[in-house]
Write a protein that binds this ligand. Structure first.
Ligand SMILES: Nc1nc2c(ncn2[C@@H]2O[C@H](COP(=O)(O)OP(=O)(O)OP(=O)(O)O)[C@@H](O)[C@H]2O)c(=O)[nH]1
Ligand SMILES: [Mg+2]
Length: 412
């Protein structure tokens, strides 16, 4: 992962992927209650909420990130989101819009599967009633798997011949095939370890290849489920079906359309709302007029806000979209690293007293060497310091609060 992390939004048509993108970013991707509204992918910057290092030192007032923002120790770190066209069963064979946008997903680091739990759209995104979206969770992963497997099987004969003639290791041969998915040798090695595969590649049969591809999908595309449209009155049934079958830590309940609606009200000056919060504040709630909100006179708008409070905040706590992004980042096991010039003042210059200008997301447990490469590229670094001026070794691993504030001293 040499660049910023990329989270792909996947799901059947009309599940709410583009609405989710708009809710988490400033994008204005087209949305619509009909399949294949999106054809070409939409990419936009979202912001992952993390605890900023400035809060550890009580210097929140001087924290001014170069990218993103920081409010009272809560930092918003840029993260890329990619919204692709809807997938339908059989996509790997070219059904729907087929393989093209499976290809668009190649460089995603994690996926948010946006599942429509309202029961109002079938597996192709067409209007229906009482659809059981548990099925969507199952076939979608299968499509991704068969797409990768299909690409591999197509060339398996020549892959095998080349593997034998070049006396390559299984990791080298598979990595050659998987580099287009942004994989690396370590990822491939973890897949083989995960399924305890020691048999030489030339002896792998179809079942072995499938097991390896399945491990690769889990390793390269960790996926969380965003059960979307929870504001719909019939959502409980599908939520229950999925909740009782899948791991809870990978499930988030969302109402993307509500977040988009609230953002609009914020822009219009009718409500105060912090992304991810468990309520919205209107002029009536703001007795001291702290937020200088406009009064809501339109009865229909008042009613919509009341419904939002009853159907969403009261029942489900929040719109869930912020949590969806946080859960995807957690599945990737990302932690923030703060790079500063001066590890005593946390500033980047003697003339500017603002702190913690730069923050990069890296995989927990990465070696300091890989963190240096990610942040500094090819610039030669002589040595590295962390808080208190303590030297950090290249072979150390990165850990929160231990060595996540780093200063790179350049070689002269
Ligand atoms: N009730 C409800 N409707 C939603 C929600 N999110 C999206 N929708 C609606 O679902 C429909 C489809 O939304 P899109 O965001 O266009 O869905 P998509 O997954 O991008 O669809 P394709 O681009 O066709 O694959 C639109 O009418 C949205 O307003 C939600 O949280 N609740
Ligand atoms: Mg769309």
């Amino acid at each position: 992962m040499g660049r910023d992390p990329l989270i792909g939004l996947v799901g059947k048509p009309s599940s709410g992927k583009s609405t989710m993108l708009n809710s988490l970013t400033d994008a204005t991707a087209k949305t619509g209650a009909f399949p294949f509204t999106t054809i070409d992918p939409n990419k936009a910057t979202g912001y992952l909420q993390i605890d900023c290092a400035c809060a550890r030192f009580g210097i929140e007032d001087r924290c001014r990130p170069n990218y993103g923002s920081c409010r009272n120790g809560k930092r918003f770190v840029p993260i890329m989101l990619l919204d692709v066209a809807g997938l339908v069963p059989g996509a790997h064979e070219g059904r729907g819009l087929g393989n093209k946008f499976l290809d668009d997903l190649r460089h995603a680091d994690a996926l948010i599967h946006v599942v429509d739990v309202s029961g109002t759209t079938d597996s192709e995104g067409k209007a229906t009633a009482m659809y059981d979206s548990l099925a969507d969770v199952e076939w979608l992963r299968g499509e991704i798997m068969r797409w990768i497997e299909g690409n591999l099987l197509e060339k398996w004969g020549s892959i095998k011949r080349r593997h034998v003639s070049t006396k390559s290791t299984s990791v080298q041969t598979i990595q050659n095939q998987f580099s287009g998915y942004g994989s690396n040798a370590a990822v491939v090695q973890r897949c083989l370890d995960r399924i305890k595969l020691v048999q030489p590649l030339e002896l792998w049969d179809r079942t072995t290849i499938s097991r390896m591809v399945s491990a690769f999908v889990d390793e390269k595309f960790p996926t969380i489920l965003a059960l979307n449209k929870i504001d719909h009155p019939n959502a409980d049934r599908c939520i229950y079906r999925i909740w009782t079958k899948y791991e809870h830590e990978n499930i988030v309940l969302t109402s993307a359309v509500s977040e988009v609606f609230i953002k609009k009200l914020v822009k219009q000056g009718y409500v105060y709302y912090e992304e991810g919060a468990d309520n919205i504040i209107t002029r009536e709630d703001d007795l001291e007029d702290l937020y200088k909100l406009k009064p809501i006179t339109d009865e229909r708008l008042k009613f919509r806000i009341e419904t939002l409070r009853d159907m969403l905040f009261y029942r489900w706590t929040s719109t869930g979209v912020v949590r969806a992004l946080q859960t995807a980042a957690k599945a990737l096991d990302l932690i923030p690293v703060f790079s500063v010039r001066n590890v005593h003042t946390f500033t980047n210059s003697n003339t500017d007293n603002t702190v913690f200008k730069d923050c990069t997301l890296v995989k927990r447990g990465s070696s300091i060497e890989s963190v240096v490469r990610k942040i500094m590229g090819d610039i030669p670094v002589a040595f590295i310091e962390t808080t208190g001026g303590v030297r950090v070794s290249l072979s150390d691993t990165i850990a929160e609060k231990k060595n996540d504030i780093l200063s790179f001293k350049l070689a002269r």
